[in-house]
Write a protein that binds this ligand. Structure first.
Ligand code: G3P
Ligand code: CA
Length: 289
């Protein structure tokens, strides 16, 4: 594809290489790094005892052998669960935004038969994922992390507070002088992003959109947000919107882009990042591996 030579699109592994390994596990993130992804995407939720864990759904039912809401379970309860075997049973790879299992799953059986090391399929804390990013960056394999806050309003600032505290510990709460930030924070909640910027003004934030609301129709985003995160359906249905966002000075990061025709569309429109379950295939389509 010729577009890739004109404009390098960042390829972001959505929940890790989640087509090939169970989403949000260390196995999925290690695979994404191995595949050459530029960045990793993860969702974070607070446990009952205040730990940030990488889980998409409100409950653990779809992606583990346990039951119950993440917010009602302690980290030790989650650590006793297996977040890998559900993929061996051939479940579809994805749930819809913030949902349980009612989303875009196409029901494909994953290309993952033996399964990874069980140590890599236990619950993943954000802390462990930050360690993985830091280890890779220290060894010269630079990989960024796009962290999505899930249901931040319910916790009245605790998700962001805990997140910023962790980022500070890793010295990742601000971009290095003159360099790109290894971390960005994404949310469907403008309030959550506002809280992040209030605590750490230089940390990039991404405003996620499932549809274009009247107040953002002209390409403007919530105050202080520089990156737009439209869903692929917006891009398909309103291709002029990407140009509008770019004219307004924003970067555009599109999720979740798995089909070759959508990758082609995104490349043609000059988006800045493609968030995908299949980083290897997208990199290959863009002529990067
Ligand atoms: O990268 C943004 C995208 O992940 C938002 O949707 O439901 O997959 O978290 P969801
Ligand atoms: Ca997400």
């Amino acid at each position: 594809m010729t577009h890739a030579r004109q404009h390098q699109i960042q390829v972001v592994a959505h929940r890790g290489a989640s087509e090939d390994a169970p989403e949000h596990t260390l196995a999925a993130y290690k695979k994404a790094v191995e595949d050459g992804a530029d960045a990793l995407e993860c969702d974070v939720r607070l446990t009952a005892d205040g730990h940030l864990v990488c889980v998409h759904d409100r409950r653990v039912n779809r992606t583990s052998n346990g039951r119950g809401a993440v917010s009602a379970l302690e980290l030790a309860d989650l650590a006793a669960l297996d977040f890998g075997s559900w993929r061996l049973a051939g479940e579809g790879p994805e749930a819809g935004p913030d949902g349980d299992s009612d989303g875009d799953s196409d029901g494909e059986v994953p290309d993952w038969e033996e399964g990874p090391d069980p140590a890599d399929t236990s619950v993943l804390t954000l802390e462990r994922l930050l360690e993985l990013v830091a280890e890779n960056n220290a060894s010269g394999r630079h990989v960024q992390l796009a962290i999505e806050t899930k249901h931040p309003t319910r916790w009245a600032g605790q998700v962001e507070e805990r997140l910023l505290h962790l980022l500070k510990r890793f010295d990742l709460d601000a971009p290095p002088a003159g360099g790109p930030s290894p971390i960005r924070v994404m949310s469907f909640s403008a309030r959550s992003l506002h809280r992040v910027r209030a605590a750490s003004p230089t940390l990039p934030t991404v405003y996620l959109m499932q549809f274009v609301s009247p107040r953002h129709r002209d390409g403007r985003l919530p105050q202080g947000v520089r990156i737009a995160g439209p869903g692929i359906r917006i891009v398909r249905n309103h291709p002029g919107y990407v140009a509008k966002l770019k004219r307004a000075g924003h970067q555009v990061h599109v999720w979740t882009v798995n089909e070759p025709a959508d990758v082609e569309l995104c490349a043609r429109l000059g988006v800045d990042a493609i968030i995908t379950n299949r980083p290897k295939q997208v990199l290959s389509q863009l002529g990067r591996n």
